[in-house]
Design a protein around this ligand. Structure first.
Ligand SMILES: Nc1ncnc2c1ncn2[C@@H]1O[C@H](COP(=O)(O)OP(=O)(O)OP(=O)(O)O)[C@@H](O)[C@H]1O
Ligand SMILES: [Mg+2]
Length: 307
């Protein structure tokens, strides 16, 4: 079972191709759980939601066969996302749910634990407590650890004190390019190897940097896998990284090696971004068709930090 911590959000999304009328269910843990479950895995999400959306949230999870451990709170989280033609986005806060305060007993059955906060709802103490209660493979999407609310309710990014040690307590850390730059000070589009080396140097066993239409880099066990993206029109790329994580975790839970897991993750993400919201089509057959055609460049890691 994959247990994913992170609050759901109900987002309002505007891209050059999509403009949502109603707020749509999203969130890092939710999207990862969706991908994992749609592929046939056993997923359970842990998060908080306001009573206004509780009914909808429960029905959606039931429909997608995702287990949940939900605490209610005053307000449901959400963002207004506005994308430009380059895929860059601004996030304005529409609501913020409170931090998760309970770790379900089912953590004892989890083979993988995913921490995927959207906005500070998995404090470092909670992460340390989770780590102390499981030997499961722990995977971090750091996005919500690096965000805070700035002037006018706009999301700004920062590097919190102690983030290096928190990252090192995970087996896998998966930042996108912006998060990689916040964490390392290096723009991975300029120097991908150096950015990865810095994260590896913190003691993270597997570093996965996603680069939107440029694909991803996985550094693990002394090897580099540079994985291409599946060329497609990203009608709405919200959740690309989350579903990439869901696909990667599913593949690893099925015993695939990193190279195969990376191509599967890329294929899964490409299928999600062709549509908007949680109702994207995800069949194993199409995922495998795309994954088999994704190019991968593999080499031994040069960095001393990896040795
Ligand atoms: N325009 C695109 N074309 C093809 N594949 C894409 C595109 N954008 C994203 N992807 C796929 O999704 C993966 C993750 O994308 P990205 O780096 O944008 O994640 P992200 O910024 O964390 O997304 P989010 O936080 O919204 O979930 C990429 O590694 C790639 O495989
Ligand atoms: Mg992300």
């Amino acid at each position: 079972m994959m247990l994913a911590f992170g609050n759901p959000v109900y987002d309002s999304i505007k891209t050059p191709w999509v403009w949502t009328r109603d707020r749509v269910l999203s969130g890092c843990a939710t999207n990862a759980g969706l991908a994992f479950a749609k592929l046939g895995g056993d997923a359970c999400v842990v998060g908080r939601v306001g009573t206004d959306r509780l009914d909808h949230y429960h029905k959606a999870l039931k429909c997608y066969r995702i287990g949940h451990h939900t605490e209610t709170c005053r307000e449901t989280g959400g963002f207004k996302l506005d994308y430009d033609h380059q895929g860059r986005r601004e996030l304005d806060v529409l609501g913020q749910a409170e931090p998760i305060s309970q770790i379900p007993d089912s953590i004892s059955r989890a083979g993988i634990v995913f921490i995927g906060p959207v906005l500070q709802e998995t404090p470092f103490e909670l992460i340390r407590e989770v780590r102390s209660r499981t030997d499961a493979v722990m995977v971090l999407d750091p996005q919500g650890l690096l965000r805070r609310i700035g002037p006018g309710g706009r999301i700004e990014h920062y590097k919190p004190d102690g983030i290096e040690d928190i990252c090192a307590s995970f087996d896998v850390v998966k930042p996108n390019e912006l998060e990689t730059e916040i964490l390392t000070g290096v723009d991975p589009r300029q120097d991908l190897e150096r950015a990865a080396d810095i994260l590896v140097g913190w003691g993270i066993p597997t570093v996965v940097i996603t680069l939107a239409e440029l694909g991803a880099l996985i550094v693990t066990e002394g090897r580099h896998y540079r994985i291409d993206a599946w060329p497609t029109l990203a009608a709405d790329s919200t959740g690309a990284g989350d579903t990439f994580a869901g696909g990667l975790m599913y593949a690893r839970s099925r015993g695939m090696d990193w190279r195969a897991a990376g191509t599967m993750a890329t294929a899964v993400a490409s299928m999600m971004i062709e549509q908007c919201g949680p109702e994207f089509e995800l069949t194993l057959q199409e995922v495998q068709r795309r994954a088999a055609r994704v190019a991968v460049t593999e080499r031994r890691a040069a960095s001393a930090a990896v040795a």
